[in-house]
Ligand binder design. Structure first.
Ligand code: APR
Ligand code: PHB
Length: 394
């Protein structure tokens, strides 16, 4: 088999890139090790920046998102029982975010791809990348017990943090940057109306809380918990009780409880590799970087990489602009690092760091006081939350 761009991974990065390329007449095949059902069973965040929404429109996977997604012009912070609204739209010069689950984004992209008749090979194993530096790259894998090989011009490594693409780059080429946080997020999804119409990011001495949502009838809540906690010890009752303890009375009284549809603990990590290109391999999304979820940037940074790689590949195939390829890593990384900074900043601002010194604790309080108490502080948070602009590829 042969294709122009071989994409490894059918998560949101791979599917979005594949759809945009397909619409632009650039032939691509996606290889995915799981089944479509498994991919759709993963529960992830649900906030789309306006740039991500635009890209989904460009990909033609926007109809259900536009009908069912909820546009949010603000979010709320809650510090020491004080409620601080953040007017995202007013402070960012007119941008908003959309509440629409990543699982739904993935489902829409899968459907668009199957309607377009583009090829995704699910359930493949032993994916291996070859000839990345010497031209004529190809990928080998096993499918239904048979050894297969696909030749291509370029490979997009969209296979997440645990994928094979990044590992295919020889030792010594990549530089890794990492920060692991000493706590996790316990998430609970329930078919109950959200406690408030906006998302609430709350700092509390018992730990951070996020009140999020998927729709007017489905809520998603998160509690900061020690990494050593076992999800089995968190019954639904215990979760709801702890959530209410961390909210002021007027909000706690409005929490509608119900059985959990999903409950899990996720560790928090910041991670970046540089560069994001090696020969004909381009790393995209979680394969190259991870953010803690506090700024809702994971999916949006993946879409940001896709935006750059897609426009570069259009330049290559439509205008013979091979020179653009070497720009991918620096363009993508400039925006990635800003997203990493914002996610790290939001995480440090709002969580309880038990091991920090008395001085650091005061600094953290002063940061909250300053950023959430001044127009300039709120404006910088709003600008980052709705998403920084993409640079033009030229
Ligand atoms: N071969 C084929 N596919 C693979 C392999 C492999 N060896 N390893 C991993 N994959 C697949 C995974 O099964 C998964 O479906 O690659 C896909 C990667 O998808 P994601 O992990 O969702 O990564 P990405 O598409 O970059 O999405 C980024 O998802 O993880 C969240 O927070 C993250 O929101 C962000 C977004
Ligand atoms: C979510 O709804 O899952 C969510 C929302 C905002 C975040 C993180 C997660 O910052």
């Amino acid at each position: 088999m042969k294709t122009q761009v071989l994409i490894i991974g059918a998560g949101p990065s791979g599917l979005l890139l594949g759809q945009l390329l397909h619409n632009a007449g650039i032939d691509n095949i996606i290889l995915e090790r799981q089944t479509p059902e498994y991919v759709l069973s993963r529960i992830r965040a649900g906030i789309l920046e306006s740039g991500t929404v635009e890209l989904l429109r460009e990909a033609g996977a926007h109809r259900r998102m536009e009908a069912e997604g909820l546009v949010h012009d603000g979010v709320e912070f809650l510090v020491d029982d004080r409620r601080i609204p953040l007017a995202l739209k007013t402070l960012s010069g007119g941008k908003s975010v959309m509440v629409y689950g990543q699982t739904e984004v993935t489902r829409d992209l899968m459907q668009a791809r199957s309607e377009a008749g583009a090829q995704t090979l699910y359930g493949v194993s032993d994916v291996a990348l070859h000839n990345l530096k010497d031209g004529a790259p190809y990928v080998t894998f096993t499918r239904e017990g048979e050894a297969c090989r696909i030749e291509c011009d370029y490979i997009a490594g969209c296979d997440g943090f645990h994928g094979v693409s990044r590992k295919a780059i020889p030792a010594g080429v990549l530089r890794e940057y990492e920060c692991v946080y000493p706590f996790g997020w316990l998430g609970l999804l329930a078919d109950t109306p959200p406690v408030h119409h906006e998302l609430i990011y709350a700092h509390h001495e018992r730990g951070f809380v996020l009140c999020s949502q998927r729709s007017l009838t489905r809520s998603r809540y998160y509690l900061q918990v020690p990494l050593t906690d076992n999800v089995q010890t968190w019954t639904d009752e215990r979760f709801w009780e702890e959530l209410k303890r961390r909210l002021p009375q007027e909000l706690a009284g409005k929490v509608v409880t119900g059985p959990s549809l999903e409950k899990s603990i996720a560790p928090l990590r910041s991670y970046v590799v540089e560069p994001m290109q090696y020969g004909s391999l381009f790393l995209v999304g979680d394969a190259a970087h991870i953010v803690p979820p506090t700024g809702a940037k994971g999916l949006n940074l993946a879409a940001s990489d896709v935006n750059y790689l897609y426009r570069i590949l259009c330049g290559v195939y439509h205008q013979g602009r091979q020179d653009l390829l070497s720009l991918y890593s620096q363009l993508a990384l400039r925006r990635v690092w800003k997203g990493e900074r914002f996610s790290w900043f939001m995480t440090r601002l709002l969580h309880d760091f038990q091991e920090q010194s008395a001085f650091d604790r005061r600094m953290q309080q002063a940061e909250r006081d300053y950023f959430l108490g001044s127009q300039a502080g709120l404006t910088t948070i709003a600008e980052n939350y709705v998403g920084l602009p993409f640079e033009t590829v030229r």
